[in-house]
Design a protein around this ligand. Structure first.
Ligand code: NI
Length: 195
C-alpha cells in the first residue's frame, strides 16, 4: 500500500487522504479473472437498446466495447508482455487498432462475443500464470509506440485499469439511455455528466 497526500503536502505534513495499492500479480489477476463474469452478469440477455445504443456520435456501445476487449486479448496485453520478455526494449509494440472490433464483431451476437472474451481471457491468464513472473520481471522494460519505455508492471496494471475503465464506460453508456427520462433528478446523477 502507498499513502497518498493532498496537493502541496509532503509525507511529513499530516493529512492522509487515502491509500492506494502498489502492483503485485495476484491482486491484479483477481480483477482480470472476474471481468468476463462481470460483463456477462451485466449484459447477457438484455434487450437490444441496452446493448447497441451509444452515448453520442462516434461513441461506443456496450457491444462495441466487448469487441474491443476481445481485440485486446488477441493483440495487446499478452503479445506485448511476450515482446518485453523476449526482446525487451529493442522491438517497439505494434500499435493497437482501436477500431478493429467494428469489422471483427460483424454478424456476431453479444453472447458469442462474451463467450469469446471469456475463453481468451482464461487462456491468457493461464499463460500468464505459467510464466511464473517475479519482481525482477516486473521492472523489465518494453517500448510503447507512443510513450517510449514502459515497464512490464505498468503494462499489467494498465490491463487491470483498462478493464475497470471499460466496465465504467459500459455502465455510463447504459445510464445515459435514460438521460431524458430521469427528469429533475439529472442533477443528482453524476454518471450522466461524465464522459
Ligand atoms: Ni480501451
Amino acid at each position: 500500500m502507498r499513502k497518498i497526500f493532498g496537493k502541496n503536502q509532503s509525507a511529513m505534513s499530516v493529512e492522509v487522504r487515502t491509500q492506494i495499492m502498489i502492483f503485485s500479480l495476484n491482486p491484479a489477476t483477481e480483477i482480470l479473472s472476474r471481468t468476463p463474469s462481470t460483463l456477462k452478469a451485466r449484459l447477457a440477455g438484455l434487450s437490444e437498446p441496452w446493448i447497441k445504443n451509444d452515448e453520442g456520435p462516434k461513441m461506443w456501445s456496450p457491444y462495441d466495447v466487448v469487441g474491443h476487449l476481445i481485440h485486446g486479448e488477441r493483440t495487446d496485453w499478452m503479445p506485448r508482455l511476450k515482446i518485453v520478455l523476449e526482446l525487451g526494449e529493442s522491438r517497439p509494440f505494434n500499435p493497437f487498432d482501436r477500431f478493429a472490433q467494428f469489422e471483427a464483431s460483424k454478424g456476431k451476437s453479444l453472447n458469442e462475443l462474451l463467450e469469446t472474451f471469456a475463453t481468451l481471457r482464461r487462456q491468457n491468464l493461464a499463460t500468464l500464470k505459467q510464466l511464473n513472473l517475479t519482481d525482477k520481471h516486473f521492472k523489465l522494460k518494453g517500448t510503447h509506440p507512443d510513450f517510449g519505455p514502459v515497464t512490464l508492471e505498468q503494462l499489467l496494471a494498465t490491463w487491470v485499469v483498462h478493464d475497470l475503465d471499460h466496465i465504467s464506460q459500459i455502465t455510463r453508456v447504459m445510464a445515459k439511455q435514460y438521460l431524458d427520462e430521469v427528469g429533475p433528478w439529472v442533477s443528482y446523477l453524476s454518471i450522466l455528466k461524465n464522459k
